[in-house]
Design a binder for this molecule. Structure first.
Ligand code: GMT
Length: 372
């Protein structure tokens, strides 16, 4: 099979990469087709192949046509390696490229393609008037569609009025790789004394409300000693750094930038902050939960399908920073309460979202689409 995704940091690329790695470990031949080697992908692993899409520039092309270069490469790889299936992540433009590749190969090679919707491809980008009709078209023409939460499935039907089945297959986590073991990184790298560690992990886009994390930290520190680790990079990183200086908490925040091994870092945290305005699932929260880190998140989109308020994390309204800060204090000020919630968070990851449960659902769906 072929997998196409955005190779840079972002939830959809991570899910696509982890899925490909898990499928290869189960014996499938997996061919990644993208403009760069996806982050977290080791192309030297058995049954993993990587094919780069080269986009030539030409003075006429103010916007080099990546969508076409990708379609050509998909068709070439599908033919050379006898692919049965392309699985593209994030509708725009991957789904359209897959459709073109399918049409280029027909009738001499039967190639089916599945599109997985991740969130902003529907909720933000897809609803932009310039992309709306083509996004709907790509959904209608995919041989199979999956979405990572029931919320996103319903939103897609509601916004695009599409009639095809959208199969919900949630995000997943490998609970052997992501576990509470603090073997690799130590809290003492960042704090001394008993300060508790809060974490935020995102691409720092405005939808993530990364600046809220700084404000929450400032509020928490009025009651408890805490240090914030900001992991990732993106447009709101500099504004967040500026805000930390303005609020006088800059020495209590560490900006770590992009990290290749978040599974080594997450276990040092007590609480994960996910104050997003919208989140169709919240992969960062799931990865944290698998590591026994308690999420304090917002009650938006598909997040309630992951976090059960009061059991394995807390859900508050976006922008209600007093409530979010209060929840953090509740967790970090009571060791017994923290341990109970951390165990429940790990249990949720293990019993509802572990790879051993979710990957077979993809395999089953592939069989259905290939057999249909
Ligand atoms: O928001 C991101 O981190 C990027 C975005 C993407 O598509 O790369 O993430 C979306 O996909 C993730 C993986 O399926 C989901 O866990 C995130 O909730 C979703 N982000 C949003 O809906 C804002």
């Amino acid at each position: 099979m072929g997998i196409t995704c955005y190779p840079t940091y972002g939830g959809s690329g991570i899910v696509a990469t982890e899925l490909g790695l898990e499928l290869a470990a189960r014996g499938h031949q997996v061919h990644f087709i993208s403009y760069a080697n996806p982050i977290r992908l080791d192309p030297g692993l058995p049954r993993i192949n990587y094919h780069e899409v080269e986009v030539s520039t030409y003075p006429l092309f103010q916007y080099p046509p990546y969508c076409l270069a990708l379609a050509s490469r998909m068709a070439e790889v599908a033919e050379n390696y006898d692919l049965d299936l392309l699985h593209v992540h994030y509708a725009i433009p991957h789904s359209i490229s897959a459709l073109l590749a399918q049409q280029m190969l027909a009738p001499r090679h039967r190639l089916r393609f599945i599109t997985t919707l991740h969130g902003t491809d529907i909720t933000l980008v897809g609803t932009d008037p310039s992309y709306f009709p083509i996004t709907r078209f790509s959904i209608e023409r995919s041989n199979g569609i999956t979405s990572i939460s029931t919320y996103l499935q319903q939103e897609t039907v509601h916004v695009f009025g599409v009639g095809n089945e959208i199969r919900v297959i949630p995000n997943f986590v490998n609970c052997e790789t992501y576990h509470p073991d603090r073997r690799h990184r130590k809290a003492s790298e960042f704090v001394s004394g008993g300060a508790k560690i809060l974490l935020h992990l995102s691409n720092f886009r405005p939808v993530k409300r990364a600046l809220d994390c700084i404000r929450i930290l400032a509020k928490v520190r009025q009651q408890e000693a805490a240090h914030l680790l900001m992991v990732g990079d993106g447009p709101d990183r500099s504004p967040a750094q500026r805000l930390a200086r303005e609020l006088g908490v800059e020495s209590h925040v560490t900006f770590l930038g992009k990290q290749d091994h978040v599974e080594r870092l997450l276990p040092v945290g007590h609480v994960l902050l996910l104050p997003s305005r919208l989140e169709s699932f919240g992969l960062a929260a799931l990865e944290a939960m698998a590591c026994g880190v308690v999420p304090v998140a917002t009650n938006v989109g598909g997040v309630p399908e992951l976090i059960t308020h009061g059991l394995d994390g807390y859900l508050e309204q976006p922008g209600d920073l007093d409530a979010q800060a209060e929840r953090v204090v509740e967790i970090i000020s009571d060791r017994t309460h923290h341990q109970k919630m951390a165990a429940a968070a790990r249990q949720t990851a293990l019993t509802r979202f572990s790879t051993s449960l979710i990957i077979p659902r993809y395999e089953q769906y592939y069989s259905e689409i290939l057999g249909s």
